[in-house]
Design a protein around this ligand. Structure first.
Ligand code: DX5
Ligand code: ZN
Length: 220
């Protein structure tokens, strides 16, 4: 089993000091930096785009895990790649040609990820699993930080894990939304091997303690 990774989401950081906030979670032991891009169309909130990601790139060497909650995504994939994204995660619900978008991400030389909303069944992933390196199971309806973890998604995490195992490919499976020290152990138990957490890291005074509390959830 792959070691558990923790990917703090800067959505809950202090936006007036984003560069420092990225450097701070790097120093605090984060594995990836999760960047939530929202367009006010696919989700009911607007966050930031490639220019902000580009400006943050020099503040950490950690992989930038860019979660695109935008529709369409195709016109912007190259801009996010050039801004410094290492992983580009798109939504399975984000349009009729997700297969093509994933091919584009790979052609740009980036790791390709697919995120899946609470209302979408695991089976929606069956025809694109061979094109992805990362599956991100949303445990809230995307759009905002600080929402409550949807325990109804556990069965889907298990189902996706078994699809991944059958594929024989090294695909990472993560959870995003409402992850904290109480819900992390259950998500890991269901099969998650990385955790995205916004408020459970940036909402705390001690980022290193917050990250290690999430990490230790995998030790039961
Ligand atoms: C939700 C975003 C999440 C969000 C998580 O739409 O995709 O990454 O920042 O925030 P918390 O951990 O506070 O639920
Ligand atoms: Zn996210």
């Amino acid at each position: 089993n792959a070691p558990l990774l923790v990917a703090p989401s800067i959505l809950s950081a202090d936006f007036a000091r984003l560069g420092e906030e990225v450097a701070a979670i790097d120093a605090a032991g984060a594995d990836w930096i999760h960047l939530d891009v929202m367009d006010g169309h696919f989700v009911p909130n607007i966050s930031f785009g490639p220019a902000v990601i580009k400006a943050l790139r020099s503040h950490s060497r950690l992989p930038f895990d860019v979660h695109l909650m935008i529709e369409p995504c195709d016109p912007y994939l190259q801009a996010f790649a050039e801004a410094g994204a290492d992983h580009i995660v798109i939504h399975i619900e984000g349009g009729p040609h997700v297969h093509r978008s994933l091919q584009t991400i790979r052609a740009l030389g980036k790791k390709a990820g697919v995120a899946i909303c609470p209302a979408t069944p695991a089976s929606a992933l069956s025809e694109i699993l061979d094109l992805v390196d990362i599956v991100l199971v949303m445990t809230v309806n995307p759009g905002f930080g600080g929402q409550k973890f949807l325990q109804s998604q556990f069965g889907k995490i298990r189902e996706i894990l078994s699809m991944i195992e059958k594929s024989g490919r090294a695909i990472r499976i993560g959870v995003d939304g409402g992850v904290d020290r109480d819900t992390a152990p259950m998500a890991i138990e269901a099969g998650a091997d990385f955790l995205v957490a916004g408020s459970a890291v940036y909402g705390q005074d001690d980022y290193a303690a917050a990250i290690s509390a999430l990490r230790s959830a995998s030790q039961g």
